[in-house]
Design a protein around this ligand. Sequence first.
Ligand SMILES: [Zn+2]
Ligand SMILES: [Zn+2]
Length: 113
Amino acid sequence: MAENADLDKNEKKNVFVCSKCGFSVPYDYFGRKPPFSKAFVLMEEAYVMKDPFTEERGFITLGSSCSICKSVVCLSQNCSLFYTKRFCVPCVKKNLKEFPAEIIEEMTRKSKE
Ligand SMILES: [Zn+2]
Ligand SMILES: [Zn+2]
């Protein structure tokens, strides 16, 4: 027990794991206003990672959670889609009728690939 408590104090980062493609990377913050980025508010609550190389934002968005099934997905087009909210691809497919024509088209095209 004592050993574990010690470990927690060290750099024990939370890890973002995409439930669709398995992409995983440690993240620094989850939410809409990364504390290390000035005046930048995200469109959605997202998993972000500090990135000193993207100067204008200072972070990279890794992914978010699906607004329907709550599964964690990355921003890859094969895993999720943003249309007013974040949706994972399986949920988009299940609720395709709720989406506008261009999204339905994109999904149909993708499933043929
Ligand atoms: Zn993914
Ligand atoms: Zn979903």
